[in-house]
Write a protein that binds this ligand. Structure first.
Ligand code: FER
Length: 286
């Protein structure tokens, strides 16, 4: 009986290993296309009061298929780029479809995904000169809005866990820079951090990670990815090199493509499968 139990545990262990190794590879064809007759998550808009900005602000919330108030969920905060807003991941990234399909295949843990507007200023629309200094600065101001206004709002309104183990922060380009800056700057708030094609708003490595030891101990997954034809590759590369020099476990994923949603959809597909599960660091940087 004991032998059988041990054998079963061994097989289970092996199969989990094989399974987690399978995660870090390009999404299969159709992963971002709507399928008929699968269960779908729900997309809602919420409005929260931002003391940081002095206005009411909108965020999009995706709750997973089978969502119920009687359970507790972890939360992924998912950020857009310089030309985007709270709708970008839905409109250009089919995020809800990508997630629906992953749930249909049993590949991700039930989680709530929050898609805020990361341009923390009164007029937060992506209009006019999107590179204007006040607009770029608003992406930095968002740190206070996120930590002091949005996260507390979500944790009051939704049935969610409220510890760092159950909070993830990821984003694309400007949102990637935000995720790395805010995530690594607040290691007690987020245990799962992802920068997709991170932009020049990403802090220099020494500022980004002044205490590599703490990051090493605290982070569950640190993900850095970039398309091999992206002009911003140097930002991801310098971050990766610094992390490597300081022995901070992370995933550095270089994929085919440029600075666009084909790459970011793929990143969401892979990164979301890693979240809120036991971490097997042996699959990092293979
Ligand atoms: C820059 C180049 C690109 C920059 C930001 C970006 C603030 C952002 C790109 C994006 O979010 O897609 O020099 O400076």
């Amino acid at each position: 009986m004991k032998k059988i139990t041990l054998l079963a545990l061994f097989i289970l262990g092996i199969s989990q290993f094989v399974h987690s190794q399978d995660i870090i590879q390009q999404a299969p064809e159709g992963f971002d296309e709507e399928q008929v007759s699968i269960e779908r998550g729900t997309v809602d808009t919420v409005v929260y009061n931002s003391e940081t900005v002095g206005t009411e602000r909108e965020a999009i919330i995706y709750t997973p298929p089978g969502f119920t108030e009687s359970k507790k969920y972890p939360v992924l905060y998912l950020l857009h780029g310089i030309g985007g807003d709270q709708y970008a991941w839905l409109k250009n990234g089919n995020a809800n479809v990508v997630l629906d399909n992953l749930y249909a295949d049993g590949k991700i843990e039930p989680m709530i995904v929050v898609m805020p507007n990361g341009r923390a200023m009164k007029d937060d629309r992506a209009t006019g000169d999107i590179f204007a200094p006040d607009k770029v600065k608003a992406f930095a101001t968002f740190e206070q809005d996120l930590l002091n206004n949005l996260v507390p709002f979500i944790e009051e309104k939704y049935p969610v866990y409220t510890d760092s183990e159950h909070r993830a922060l990821a984003g694309l380009s400007m949102g990637g820079g935000q995720s790395l800056n805010f995530g690594l700057g607040n290691l007690n708030t987020f245990d799962w951090v992802g920068g997709f094609s991170s932009a020049p708003n990403t802090s220099e490595p020494e500022q980004l990670l002044s205490d590599p030891q703490q990051a090493k101990e605290k982070l569950k997954v640190l993900w850095i990815s970039c398309g091999d034809e992206d002009g911003l590759m140097r930002i991801s590369k310098r971050t990766h090199q610094y992390l490597e020099e300081h022995d901070v476990p992370h995933i550095f994923y270089v994929e085919p493509g440029g600075h666009d949603f084909e790459v970011w959809k793929n990143d969401l597909y892979i990164f979301s499968q890693l979240l809120f599960k036991p971490v097997d660091r042996s699959i990092f940087n293979k």
